[in-house]
Every structure is written in structure tokens, then in C-alpha cells.
Ligand binder design. Structure first.
Ligand code: GTP
Ligand code: MG
Length: 398
């Protein structure tokens, strides 16, 4: 699963990315620090069912800590977008093409209102953070409309002369955008265009279609960053104004401090937690003491740094992912090498047993016979939707 970290310049996208990946992408208090996309791996938590077997698991793809598996997700941090980026302002918007395959976006905003649309730092409260939600969305719509329009005139023939379905025509225009045929159909239902004559579509038709596709295919969660510079009351009020987009107050700087201090062996901290402890025997310098006591005060005020919550809100809330554990032995929950619960997959809610088989391995999908529920030991039909936390054996022809 791929997720884009987007937003205007200087709001803390790379700080959020570094906190989640523990990489060292450049961060600085001026706009356009990031000039090319950074890719890395973050992780989201799902409960590990190993306790039900009274035995430890043998994780392959997602380590297990205190009963939770940390499932990797790919994060892509991109340069900042400014109003008019689609017309070449700032660094333009070409880099968004790196986000074509992204399943959703973490949109980082300056929740303290202390950054101008062009990324200049100003006194917190000078700008209304809700504004960057609106214009950034228009920039994303312009990007999708542009992809939709590439080679448009040449290809309308397929519909108008060769009788192709408009869904197929649009699907072909949008290849690589990770937009499903169902999402294309959903967009076409909201935007009534002339299905037989795409050459009659106006620029406005294409823009409205792009907006509907963005809504259907690229869910977003707002990370209202720099919460350390504002109040919970102001954030709550902002959350109401940007609804229905979900908003999580974050302090990427605090999260990065905690994760780096954990890596350095100075503190014990689980991402997402509301507390941390100084590691036994750790000797902290006075600046480290100060930084950590500021973080402690932030946690007391906000409950957590919000960064892990924002990511998980995107994956489990906006993107409706559930966790499914494939096994080869439905009683012992092991694979052929006797590893217990080696893998866990994040799949969309509603994924059927057969679709899941394809996800694990194409051969398992092609040769699918049935699935077996690891808890009830009952057979699951091909079209049976899997539940969150399911342990499943796929039975396939050899
Ligand atoms: N107060 C505060 N400052 C933060 C926080 N997160 C990031 N910053 C600061 O904001 C500035 C910009 O951070 P970056 O992560 O480089 O921002 P960016 O959005 O990636 O910026 P560009 O790549 O230039 O678009 C840096 O000085 C960070 O230290 C935060 O939670 N609180
Ligand atoms: Mg950056």
C-alpha cells in the first residue's frame, strides 16, 4: 500500500515522513526544502492473534511488539504545492505523477495558521488553515483533469466510432492512477456527461469528473501539524470547519524527537502512545532533557503527538483497510515451514476469500477451491467477505 504525504511548503511534510520512517529526508524552516520525492516505509498497528494460540508468532513481514503487528506501508513525501502549481507556480506539480499509484493522501497542513500559502513562516494565527484545504484540493483536481485530458482528442474515436464503453475509455486514460472500474462508474454517476460523445465534454465537465474521481479514489486525512503552536480548542473548531474530511492534530517535531530518542536508546516510547519513559541508565544532556520535557508537556496536553493516529486514521478509517492473516495449517496457524502467523495483509473491507487468494499469490487465486476460517474451521465460499483479524487458509488445486 502506498500513501502520499502532500501539502503546501514548510508545513512539516518531511518531518512527518521522517518521524514515520526514521529516514533523514531534508527538513528546514523555509519553503521548497524538498525538491524531489522521498520514499520510505512506515507502519500501522494491528492486533496479533498469536495469544489465542498461547504461543509466539514468527513474523515475516510485520514485526510483533506487545501483541501488535506493525504492518509496513510505503510513504512518499513530495515537494510543497502552492496555489497555481498546476500552472507552473512554485515547483509546479509534475512530481504529483509519483503519487499516481498512491491509495490515499496524508495532507499535512499548518494547523497553527503560521505559514503563508507560499510557505513563508508568519505569526501563528495569521492564516486560516482551512483555506489550504480548499485550494490544495483544486490543485489535485487540476492534476487529475490533466491526466484525463492527455491525448484526449485522439482517443475519443474509440468511443465515438468504435463504440467502446465510456468506462473503458476513461479507465485507459487513468491507467496507473490506481482507480478501479467501480470508482470510474461511481464518478460517472455523479457527473452526468454525454456518454456517447466525449468530444463534447467541456473543460468544466472534465474538471468535475476529475473532482469526482479524486473523491472516489484518493481518500485523504488531514494532519493538522504544529499543534504545539495552537490550542486544542482552536483545533477542535478547525476540525468542525473542514468536516467531513477527517482531521488529526499532530506535532511531527515531537514525534520525530521521540522516535530518534528511542533509536538512540534514550527513551522507551511506543509510537502513538501518550507517555514515554527515560531509559534506565540513559544519561541525557541538558538540551535533551529540555526537549523531552517539552514533549512530555505536549503529550499531557494533546494525549499523543497524533502522527501515528493520523496515519492509522488514513489506513483504517478513510481507506477502510482490514488485516487478514494467511496460513497453510488452519489449526496451528502455521505455514509450510512451521512459522506461526508469518504474514499479515492489509486489504479493503469487503475483500472476498477469492480476492484475498489472488492478493496472497496469483496461483492461489487461479487455482482457488475454497478458504477455511482458522477459528471456526468452516469452509468459506469464494464470495465470502473476510472480517478484520481473520486467519484464513486458502485451499487451491495443486
Ligand atoms: N513547531 C513545529 N514546527 C514543526 C513541526 N513539524 C515540522 N516543523 C518545522 O517546520 C519546518 C518545515 O519542516 P519540513 O518538514 O521541512 O516541511 P515540508 O512541508 O517538508 O517543507 P517543504 O519540503 O519545503 O515543502 C521545519 O523548521 C520543521 O522543524 C511541528 O510539529 N511543530
Ligand atoms: Mg519537505
Amino acid at each position: 500500500m502506498e500513501l502520499g504525504v502532500i501539502g503546501k511548503p514548510n508545513v512539516g511534510k518531511s518531518t512527518t515522513f521522517n518521524a514515520l520512517t526514521l529516514l533523514d529526508a531534508a527538513m528546514a524552516p523555509y519553503p521548497f526544502t524538498t525538491t524531489v520525492p522521498n520514499r520510505g516505509s512506515g507502519a500501522v498497528r494491528v492486533r496479533c492473534p498469536h495469544g489465542e494460540k498461547g504461543a509466539a508468532c514468527d513474523p515475516g513481514n510485520a514485526r510483533c511488539v506487545d501483541g501488535f503487528r506493525w504492518v509496513p506501508v510505503t510513504l512518499i513525501d513530495v515537494p510543497g504545492l502552492v496555489p497555481g502549481a498546476s500552472e507552473g507556480k512554485g515547483l509546479g506539480h509534475k512530481f504529483l505523477d509519483d503519487l499516481r499509484a498512491a491509495d490515499g493522501f496524508l495532507h499535512v497542513i499548518d494547523g497553527s495558521g503560521g505559514t503563508s500559502p507560499e510557505g513563508e513562516i508568519v505569526t501563528p494565527g495569521r492564516f486560516d488553515p482551512a483555506e489550504e484545504v480548499g485550494w490544495l484540493e483544486q490543485e489535485l483536481v487540476a492534476w487529475i483533469a490533466e491526466i484525463l485530458s492527455r491525448d484526449f482528442a485522439r482517443h475519443v474515436r474509440s468511443v465515438e466510432l468504435e463504440g467502446a464503453k465510456v468506462e473503458e475509455f476513461l479507465g485507459a486514460r487513468l491507467t496507473g492512477l490506481s482507480i478501479t472500474p467501480a470508482e470510474v462508474s461511481a464518478a460517472l454517476r455523479v457527473v452526468p456527461v454525454d456518454r456517447e460523445r466525449p468530444s463534447n465534454w467541456t473543460a468544466e465537465d472534465r474538471r468535475r469528473l476529475a473532482a469526482a474521481l479524486l473523491h472516489a479514489a484518493k481518500p485523504r486525512v488531514l494532519a493538522a501539524n504544529k499543534c504545539d503552536r495552537t490550542t486544542p480548542e482552536k483545533m477542535a473548531e478547525l476540525g468542525e470547519r473542514v468536516a467531513p474530511l477527517p482531521l488529526a492534530p499532530t506535532s511531527a517535531e515531537a514525534e520525530l524527537t521521540l522516535r530518534r530518542a528511542t533509536r538512540a536508546g534514550l527513551v522507551r516510547y511506543t509510537p502513538g502512545a501518550g507517555t514515554f519513559e527515560t531509559a534506565p541508565g540513559a544519561s541525557l544532556s541538558p538540551p535533551q532533557e529540555r526537549a523531552l520535557s517539552e514533549v512530555r508537556a505536549l503529550l499531557a496536553r494533546w494525549g499523543s503527538t497524533g502522527v501515528q493516529a493520523a496515519l492509522e486514521n488514513l489506513v483504517f478509517g478513510a481507506l477502510h483497510r482490514i488485516a487478514v492473516f494467511p496460513v497453510e495449517d488452519e489449526t496451528r496457524w502455521t505455514d509450510s515451514k512451521d512459522r506461526r502467523l508469518p504474514d499479515v495483509f492489509l486489504v479493503p473491507t469487503g475483500t472476498t476469500a477469492h480476492q484475498f487468494a489472488y492478493r496472497v499469490h496469483t496461483d492461489l487465486g487461479t487455482n482457488f477451491i475454497r478458504a477455511i476460517d482458522g477459528r471456526t474451521h468452516r469452509a468459506l465460499a469464494a464470495d465470502h467477505p473476510l472480517t478484520d483479524g481473520a486467519v484464513v487458509r486458502i485451499v487451491a488445486r495443486k
